[in-house]
Design a protein around this ligand. Structure first.
Ligand code: NAD
Length: 258
């Protein structure tokens, strides 16, 4: 049990990558706070973990709201009697819209959830981590931090900023035994993407990914748990693509020598 006696706070824990990370951390012995805007989903995940013999409780959080974040971390401390040692910032929204008339309110909202949310949660978590001289933070960024996509004006900008935030925090917290890293998932099969991707979308992505498949949740949790583990103690401020080679690929993607 890699994370026995550790407390973990997972934002976006009610769905997708955050849910998978919460379940995987609990299976490795962590006591998990499943934090999500959607309290019903967070409760469902916490109940599932408890039914498997793990320790979890659900909390409603709006990561873009400082008061909500402070209350959720205070509740977590009250519940477990100690501060958060492991933080996974997975809460995120997409906000797809054409650039020319991209609504500024939507732009600000995507930035508030995807960037300010990680900032606020890391700030809360860091207070306890600094006192104990130990902590691990993993931010779930995206290949969109580096590769532009139509309609992703806010999303791509927010994920690039999240990678920048990761580096900034690693500088200020590294000397205190705290590491801050990011993963950059490529397209991942989740209930959401399964419902929205057409066969053509999947075919287009698959042809661009050297591994010739989309990512699955297990690919993401393996990377997140590694960066949270003791074995990753000397990795700090890093940005790890978990994308089957998508970001590495360039021309001649067909695999043929031409
Ligand atoms: P998802 O929609 O399944 O989960 C996101 C969760 O965040 C939801 O449970 C939602 O309720 C929660 N959330 C949204 N706004 C919130 C807020 N203000 N406060 C607290 N929680 C909030 O999405 P996912 O696919 O699991 O994505 C998780 C992360 O991974 C996101 O940051 C996303 O950008 C990133 N990502 C996903 C993919 C992919 O293909 N699925 C690819 C690259 C990056």
């Amino acid at each position: 049990m890699k994370f026995e006696n550790k407390t973990a706070f997972v934002t976006g824990g009610g769905s997708g990558i955050g849910e998978a990370a919460a379940v995987a951390l609990a299976a490795e012995g962590a006591r998990v706070v499943v934090a999500d805007l959607n309290f019903d989903n967070a409760s469902r995940v916490a109940e599932h973990i408890s039914s498997q013999g793990g320790a979890a409780f659900a909390v409603q959080i709006d990561v873009s709201n400082a008061d909500s974040v402070a209350s959720a971390f205070a509740l977590a401390k009250e519940w477990y009697g100690e501060t958060t040692q492991l933080l996974v910032n997975s809460a995120g929204i997409l906000g797809i819209h054409a650039f020319v008339d991209y609504p500024v309110d939507l732009f600000n909202k995507v930035m508030a959830v995807n960037v300010t949310g990680a900032f606020l949660c890391a700030q809360q978590a860091a207070q306890g981590m600094l006192n104990s001289g130990y902590g691990r933070i993993v931010n779930v960024a995206s290949i969109s931090a580096e590769r532009a996509g139509i309609g992703r004006t806010a999303y791509g900008t927010s994920k690039a900023a999240l990678v920048g935030l990761t580096r900034q925090l690693s500088m200020e917290l590294g000397a205190s035994g705290i590491s801050v890293n990011a993963i950059a998932p490529g397209p991942v099969v989740t209930p959401l993407t399964e419902a929205s991707y057409t066969p053509e979308t999947i075919e287009a992505y698959t042809s661009m990914i050297p591994a010739r498949r989309l990512g699955v949740l297990e690919d993401m949790t393996a990377a997140i748990l590694f960066l949270l583990s003791d074995g990753a103690a000397y990795i700090n401020g890093a940005y790890l693509p978990v994308d089957g080679g998508y970001l590495a690929s360039g021309v001649s993607k067909t695999g043929k020598l031409n």
